[in-house]
Write a protein that binds this ligand. Structure first.
Ligand code: ZN
Length: 475
């Protein structure tokens, strides 16, 4: 698929007003600026809108991830989608969605983007649909389709649930836009240390290493980026925060948001009336270790909430001046080698049940005349807020190297959000690709892709695009 790009500004209501109104607004703005403090006048242009919607299934849609049939037995806390709409007062708007989903597939998010464009006029570059990758959340659409045993009744439940979530997502965005009201935005940074590089530390060894006070190894990103949205009278309306780690503390049959869910519950309790929103930054190769106990999940949620609170206490937080620029494109990521009828026929004899299901499904596609594309359209966003706050949104399970690299290249006020718009697969850096293993090796069949591996230039293609988009929003 060819690469497309868009970076156009949209016309906001400000530009539709008459000349007389414009003159009046200009006079009022000058008069207002004289009365305001320097900080307040700096922030006069932002508007923010917020909304939330519950996504806890009402049917027996299975829990997602891990490749087994899991039917929920109870709900520990509700699951949520939350939206933050921002308007810079100069005609530019964006909407960021955070959610407790395990993986939003392209088939679902594309439907949302299409409907939002029609209903609310927002273009693709103005919406980022992130998911925490919560393994105590529900299945959605074709996400990890070959992970699960095929049961027709379950497929129907997943289809119906996904249809409902499309409607809920579009409505959520509409409500956030309808809620736009004057706001100030600040950023800060905390720290939390429970994420462990799972490629470089054996899970079974971690408790003993930690107990002995020994250092764990491998790249990690323990920063907790924080952004606050404040309304009139300094009323805290939203706290957006990020962390790079898999929400895989738990593997059971109860709905909850795993550690990000517990962190959001605690932050919202600490700040009544404010919405806590979580983005998984680049946690593709990071795990919360040790794990598998509810107490540990609650502990990590608390540790993350403490990291956020520490950032909030470091007063003053840094104000973000009004101003919004957005750029987006699909980068074609190449597969190393497309599967053939022969390789799929061979894979049907695999001892791995996921690989067998994948091979049979893809053979069916070939039988129906489907031609597989040698590339996958990988979504990348660059959003510039104010002068120097940069949000890079990347599809799928990006390993931590991407966050470390882009923060190094674009500065400490850069957020690198993984798990945006499309679940796809793991996205290895060149280092991880060369090392192979779970996140870098021949495992694309688990995600239903028509190949075993990405080509070796995945990081190069992504970095080239990110630099191009960042340049566009830096003008
Ligand atoms: Zn994962």
């Amino acid at each position: 698929m060819s690469s497309t790009s868009c970076c156009q500004a949209i016309s906001g209501p400000f530009f539709c007003r008459s000349r007389t109104s414009l003159r009046l607004i200009a006079v009022m703005a000058i008069a207002g600026a004289l009365l305001l403090t320097p900080t307040a006048s700096l922030q006069a242009g932002w508007k923010a809108g917020l909304s939330k919607a519950e996504l806890t299934p009402r049917t027996d849609v299975w829990l997602a991830g891990y490749g087994s049939k899991r039917v929920a037995t109870e709900t520990l806390h509700p699951l949520w989608m939350k939206a933050l709409a921002l308007d810079d007062g100069a005609g530019h708007q964006v909407v960021l969605i955070t959610s407790d989903f395990q993986g939003v597939p392209k088939g679902m998010s594309d439907r949302v983007f299409k409907q939002v464009k029609k209903k609310h006029g927002l273009q693709r570059h103005q919406i980022m649909f992130t998911f925490s990758h919560n393994h105590c959340g529900p299945r959605l659409g074709e996400d990890l389709i070959d992970y699960y045993q095929v049961e027709e009744a379950q497929e129907e439940l997943v289809r119906k649930y996904t249809d409902r979530m499309v409607i809920v997502s579009v409505d959520l965005i509409g409500r956030a836009l309808a809620d736009l009201q004057p706001a100030t935005i600040h950023t800060g940074q905390g720290r939390s240390t429970f994420a462990v590089n799972r490629r470089n530390n054996r899970e079974a060894d971690v408790p003993a290493l930690l107990a002995a006070g020994k250092a764990l190894v491998g790249p990690v990103d323990h920063t907790v980026p924080v952004m606050t949205v404040t309304g009139k009278d300094d009323n805290l309306r939203a706290i957006l925060f990020g962390y790079a780690c898999h929400p895989t503390t738990l593997s059971f049959t109860k709905w909850c948001g795993d550690y990000p869910g517990y962190a959001q519950v605690e932050i919202e309790k600490n700040h009544p009336g404010a919405l806590a929103m979580f983005v998984n930054t680049c946690g593709g190769d990071q795990n919360p270790l040790p794990r598998r106990k509810l107490e540990l999940c609650q502990k990590y949620g608390h540790m993350l909430a403490v990291g956020v609170e520490e950032a909030l206490k470091k007063k003053p937080l840094r104000p973000v001046a009004p101003g919004l620029k957005t750029a987006f494109e699909y980068v074609p990521l190449a597969y190393q080698k497309l599967v053939t009828r022969e390789t799929l026929t061979q894979a049907q004899k695999s001892s791995n049940r996921i690989e067998r299901r994948w091979a049979t499904r893809l053979l069916g596609k070939l039988d129906n005349g489907v031609k597989f594309s040698p590339t996958y359209p990988y979504p990348i966003h660059a959003w510039r807020l104010g002068k120097d706050t940069l949000m890079i949104g990347m599809g799928a399970e990006t390993v931590v190297d991407f966050a470390l690299r882009f923060k190094n290249e674009f500065g400490p006020r850069t957020w690198v959000c993984g798990y945006a718009d499309d679940m796809i697969s793991y996205i290895p850096s060149r280092r991880v690709w060369e090392e192979g293993g779970y996140e870098g090796g021949a495992r694309l069949y688990e995600y239903g892709r028509p190949a075993y591996r990405w080509a070796g230039d995945v990081e190069k293609r992504i970095a080239t695009s990110v630099h191009k988009l960042v340049k566009q929003v830096s003008k």
